[in-house]
Write a new protein. Sequence first.
Lengths: 278, 211
Amino acid sequence: MSGQNIFDKLQNIDRRVFYWVLFITLMVPFIMPIGLPVKVVKNTRDLYEGVTGDNINPGDIAIMNFGYGVSAWSECAPGFTVCAKALLREGARIVFMGAHYDVELSYNKLRSEAAEDFATKQYGVDYVFLGYFAGGESAIAQLATDSWTVYPEDHYRTPVSEIPLMQDFHGWQDVAVVLSSDTGDVGSYFLRQWQGAHGTKLAEIGIAMNGSTDYPYYLAGNYFGLSIGSRGGAELEVLIGEPGEATTAMDSINASHILIVLAVILANVGYLVQRRQA
Amino acid sequence: MAYPTATLDVIGLWTGWLLMLMIYSYPLYKENVTYRFAEHIFIGIFLAINLVVNFTNVIRICVTPLLGGDFMMIVPLVMGIMIYTMLIPEYRWVSRYPIAVLVGAGFGLGMRGVIKPSILDAIVSTITAPSTGAMMDWVNFLYIAVGLISSVMYFLLTYEHTGALQAPTRIGRLFIMIGLGAYFGNTVLFRFTMLTGRAQFFLQVLKIIPM
């Protein structure tokens, strides 16, 4: 092996070395923040403006769907939290629901992050947590026509007939806006069964992986706004003027992206040099 | 979120931290007994939660209304039981009926809302020229137009990709490769963002950074 040059060595590097470098690279910016600026793009601004100002009225009902689990908190939770804060500050009423078993953990986190906004609101009147729903797209379609049959009671087993907010929520016609934050398909269920079928105002707070599939729907006007991944979350935090979890994580994410770009360049240079030598 | 103070919460936090390290010991070191232990715990707990949640849902959505006099609920209940006949080879054919109903209903439901947002709106959005004179909007418009037409042409499999079809289909293949590359890149970077969350959690539990 003594005849190996630097490119040969890079081609045969143990992948565990890369994982260690990556893990350390991700952690360093948390300890020593760089503070790179976050530029707000149009799709995120449209989302924020769609849930603030003249676009939402006090008393309007908004559905916020947790389509993500604990594992995707870093991608979805910051942006979703900003939207909840914005809606509560506008006086909108929020119906929280979710398609993941661990939806209660995500809901508790959101409540904890927006504790000041929830402090002035009353459960059952200003917001309600319906919890997990089973049935996938059928349930979402049914929710549009008769929400009480999908959720006969809220997460805490209180019948919806005893919840004041739910007296005004029977189907799609009662809802001003739907915000869905997803790692999977639930956003597309709302797209088909609410936006496509009834023209409901819908926005997505999605993961970066789905950015390229969500974006055409934003361009076509099916989503009035779109937040993509942690970056979108950081942009929303900039818009509401409260730097939070996503803003803090952006340095780390940027560092990991730079590392990947360097790794791709190095690997390709190594490959080309090796091919030339051969 | 503040650092938890309740004993049970602190135990939960440290348990999560330890299990995370056990899982990461596989990529950072090699397969070992701690990794397998954490993996088995994860699978076991996941199955247990799945079972409890689904069983509770069947009771809540189906059995309780049935006992309350809603006899229509016997239909989904019987169909659900029919699916389990696939475990008995000689009665496996019975399970095909509920599955056929499920597939049919799912297809019908999906098609109901898919035409407008995924086909009509997408076509209109693609063929509509930018309303502003911004150069980048026109570049995007032309890029998408060329990409769409050439990519669709690549799938004209009833004609050989020679002659007049050679150039556009090659361009189409290029666009497809760029699209798949971008999608793969997004996927990798999404996983890294999840890893960022874990790195943050790692430091938060150790109180190196605030929670």
